[in-house]
Design a protein around this ligand. Structure first.
Ligand code: NIG
Ligand code: FE
Length: 407
């Protein structure tokens, strides 16, 4: 066998969805990489003979290998911060009150309109570095802090540039319909017209987005407006997703699922009827414990029902300066278990294979199987549950991206 590298002395949480073993685990495993892809994976004792003199051999010292961590929902390109609103919330103001008073998303919009592309790029780069240290190999980044054509395009260009210059893969999502721009207050339909007829065509022309998202909520866009944007995006051949049922139940999830959404995100207030629709259409449910925690929400997402209907559960950081100012994907593994009572295995599925589904890339990444891209991490842990169990001591020893060992 001729391979580019071989890994031994490892246990592997393959997260192979077809495996009947928890985590798809292979203890005392081995893995071979060729041209950036997984060429062989299995038990060490079954590893075919290969040229041990010419093939680099990596020893995992008995640690665990997992697929690279995928954070499928972030807003990580932004300028400024909202520490003042944090203080206001601690004094009793709600997230909605702050938004309705012109703060919230709109305050980050002001900061982003003023920031240069270079400034936004540098901020984003530092944040990606922080995520990379935790084993993240793919991240989704949304726009939505521009709310005018120029700034929305700027944010997406920065996100694309980050993907080109960083080893982390970046999937971009156009979220022009995140809030009603100040200039359009009281004219939400006109703003939606701008999103669909001015922003979206330009986003498509410059190939700036892989998906389109909308914030469907009483403080943002209603069911009909949301449907218009998603329908236009779908017609243009883009993937669609939705911020839905975060603060109330507008039925956005079911509508988005019927239109073919890859995921519906937040969904604390989703109904059983809507969950049934998700199951019919194969839509993922993205759980965002960082926002639930930071906003001190009390309405839990209906985990038992999501399990009952076998909805793929995704876990993501929602990293943003308002509702989830937490630049850590790993912490979400812990929070999703503690706050939402996911099992550690469900949590890891949520940041690997199911996250890949939510981004439409599960054929290539998200689990360790022959033919998939060699994106993986080596962790100094004794059992995969440790990834969710503890936080603060970074057990990530090594990251490999497309077969390249990241220095
Ligand atoms: O996912 N819910 C809407 N959007 C973001 C929050 C954005 C912000 O507050 O800046 C979210 O929670
Ligand atoms: Fe979000």
């Amino acid at each position: 066998m001729s391979w580019d590298q071989v890994w031994i002395d490892i246990n592997i949480a393959t997260m192979d969805p077809t495996s009947t073993i928890p985590y798809g685990a292979i203890t005392q495993g081995a893995m071979a990489i060729k041209e950036g892809k997984i060429a062989w994976i299995g038990e060490r004792k079954d590893l075919p003979k290969f040229d041990t003199l010419s093939t680099p051999i990596y020893r995992g010292k008995g640690g665990w290998i997992t697929p690279g961590i995928i954070d499928a929902h972030t807003h990580l390109v932004f300028a400024g911060n909202r520490a003042h609103e944090f203080e206001q919330r601690l004094e009793g103001m709600s997230y909605e009150d702050i938004a309705l008073a012109g703060g919230g998303i709109l305050s980050t919009v002001n900061a982003c309109r003023e920031a240069s592309e270079a400034e936004l790029f540098e901020l984003g780069r530092q944040r990606l570095n922080a995520l990379a240290r935790e084993g993240v190999t793919t991240v989704e980044i949304k726009s939505g802090y521009g709310l005018d054509t120029e700034t929305e395009l700027k944010l997406l260009r920065v996100a694309r540039a980050l993907g080109e210059h960083h080893h982390i893969d970046v999937k971009t999502t156009f979220l022009g319909a995140h809030a009603i721009a100040t200039e359009y207050q009281g004219r939400a339909d006109d703003y939606i017209d701008l999103v669909i007829n001015d922003m979206l065509p330009k986003v498509i022309k410059d190939n700036l987005a892989d998906a389109v998202d909308v914030f469907c909520e009483h403080i943002a866009f209603n069911h009909a407006q949301t449907k218009q944007v998603l329908t236009a995006a779908k017609a243009a051949g883009l993937n669609i997703k939705l911020h839905a049922e975060q603060l109330s139940n507008l039925g956005g999830s079911a509508m988005a699922a019927k239109l073919g959404a890859l995921s519906v995100d937040h969904i604390e207030f989703i109904s059983e009827e809507s969950i049934k629709v998700l199951s019919q259409y194969g839509t993922c449910a993205t759980l965002l414990p960082g926002a639930y925690y930071s906003l001190r929400e009390t309405q839990l997402p209906p985990i038992a029902l999501l399990r009952q209907y076998k909805i793929p559960m995704v876990v993501a950081s929602d990293y943003n300066p308002g509702s989830s100012p937490i630049c850590s994907s790993l912490l979400m593994l812990n929070m999703s278990c503690i706050l939402f009572k996911l099992t550690p295995e469900e949590a890891l599925q949520g940041m690997t294979i199911n996250a890949a589904k939510a981004l439409g890339i599960a054929d290539n990444v998200g689990s360790l199987e022959i033919g998939k891209v060699a994106d993986f991490c080596l962790w100094d842990i004794n059992t995969p549950a440790q990834l969710a169990y503890t936080y603060g001591v970074n057990a990530c020893q090594q990251v490999v991206k497309s077969g390249r060992v990241i220095p």
